[in-house]
Design a protein around this ligand. Structure first.
Ligand code: 5RP
Length: 215
């Protein structure tokens, strides 16, 4: 996949996603380059919806596009969440967190009545292969790392909430079992495995054509 095609697909899917947003809605935006393009497309449409942003980068993209942000500490529910993914498998499991914002993204997605995942077709895979992104508590980090053979701390600044980013190379034949193990591991704030019952609606760009897939 060329960078140019990748960018075109992101732009196509971003325009489609922006078309789903109505002016009366409260919308949660995730993070990443696709979401930044969604914010830009919404700005071009002159959207009067209100938005929460999962990362400082998305907040900047949204305000630069002229969008209105709400206070995420007092807004409980969202009509819609729009976010990207790093991989989406045929069984519906997805890996997110390449940009390190998966903890906040899950919080916003869980608070939304509808989640639309926006990807280019190159992100579709038979089975997940990515290392699983993790956000770890800085407290007693060495103890958490010891519980996670194969984990690599990411050479990245702390998250917006002070978490430590890491990636766990682990076989993903059974993502549900891995997710359950990570959910039960002390010191993990959150991981980047998203279950099929969360990733039920996808906008997928195949070149300039955007497929709307519902499970
Ligand atoms: C960030 C994410 C992103 O959605 C994911 O990394 C995809 O990013 P991009 O749109 O730049 O390809 O999960 O935490």
């Amino acid at each position: 996949m060329s960078d140019q095609r990748d960018r075109r697909e992101k732009e196509a899917v971003a325009r489609s996603a922006a078309g789903l947003v109505t002016d009366d809605q409260l919308v949660a935006l995730g993070s990443g380059s696709t979401v930044a393009l969604v914010a830009a497309a919404l700005g071009e449409r002159g959207s009067r919806a209100r938005f929460a942003a999962a990362s400082p980068a998305t907040a900047l993209a949204a305000t630069s596009a002229g969008l209105t942000l709400v206070d995420d500490t007092t807004t409980a529910r969202y009509d819609l969440a729009i976010d990207g993914a790093d991989e989406v498998a045929a069984d519906g499991w997805a890996v997110k967190g390449g940009g390190g914002a998966h903890t906040r993204e899950r919080i916003l997605i869980s608070a939304a009545d509808r989640f639309v995942c926006v990807v280019g077709a190159s992100k579709l895979v038979d089975r997940l292969t990515w290392p699983v992104p993790l956000e770890l508590q800085p407290f007693a980090l060495a103890s958490t790392v010891e519980r996670l053979p194969g984990v690599v701390l990411r050479d990245a600044p702390p998250t917006a909430d002070g978490g430590v980013l890491a990636d766990l190379a682990v076989p993903l034949d059974d993502p549900a079992a891995v997710a359950a193990r990570l959910d039960a591991t002390p010191g993990i704030v959150d991981h980047g495995l998203f279950a099929p019952d969360v990733v039920r609606e996808l906008l997928i760009a195949h070149g300039d054509h955007v497929e709307h897939r519902r499970r």
